[in-house]
Design a protein around this ligand. Sequence first.
Ligand code: ADP
Ligand code: MG
Length: 323
Amino acid sequence: KQTIDQIAAGEVVERPASVIKELTENAIDAGATAVTIEIRDGGTTFMRITDNGAGIPADQVKKAFLRHATSKIRKAEDLVNIASLGFRGEALSSISAVAQVECITKTPEALTGIRYCIEGGVEKEYEEIGAPGGTTFIIRNLFFNTPARAKFLKAPVTEGNHVSSFVEELALSHPEISFKFIQNGQNKLYTSGNGNLKEIVYQIFGRDLTRELVAVDARTELMHVHGFIGNPNVARGNRTFENYFINGRYVKNKVIAKAIEDAYHGFLMQHKYPFTLLYLDIVSEKVDVNVHPQKLEVRISDQEGVYHQLCLTIQNALMNRER
Ligand code: ADP
Ligand code: MG
């Protein structure tokens, strides 16, 4: 059983950033309005995710760490769904199979919370304790019992950068949730969760950029585009500041990148890339979102239409901006 969990873990848990992804998704699913993420050594030795969500009822805590793949296969079409969704329902079991996990959780109704420790799939402690409403997961020594996998971890700085980029995406995806990110004891990111996008850009990327932002908002039958684009004066040397979401998902997409860059053509020097934070909501018939455990793909079927509308919208915004 432990071996099977360790194998399953390979699909879900590749590196600290994938643990952070799974656990923050759970926090959001639990209705959290504030999430704190803390890591040390790039997350390899220590990760702590605290949320103020619904908590796990005492009698459900141990069950939450069991694999429930089979319970999800009821009919033939579920098999197809499971294949496309990857290993859903396996995050906690997978993570606890390859790390030392401590979970402290309390529902609003419960008088006391539960502290549950499980290491390499082996239960260590289960006790009632005082706790605030919500859930905290502490993950220590990722891959402590699977040295073959530990070898594939990069240097702590690199792993930390993966976590850090993921937390930025997360904060941009959920302006209504307050995120705090602490790395090696230092506060790295804080968003207030008040839903104000411009303020979040300022909180994440700094004030220089914020002053230069141009608002964008255009709607057609094909899609709604809104967000902010950077003034050409504050262009960057690489594409990492081209942020965009397609139907709520933070992705990279060649068609979108080309539309952005072509729109800026003539406004920018060569080899310079703009800052963008764009939310594209494309009618569902025109996109195909494929979710695998480790990669996210969005295929746009009406590439021409999306390209032209986005290009035009950005060009209009650039030409009409206040100088
Ligand atoms: P899934 O999210 O696909 O259900 P997971 O293994 O990620 O599977 O989590 C198992 C279960 O544990 C969840 O369905 C949920 O009931 C519970 N859970 C996990 N994390 C939290 C959290 N932060 N707050 C409340 N419940 C949680
Ligand atoms: Mg989950």
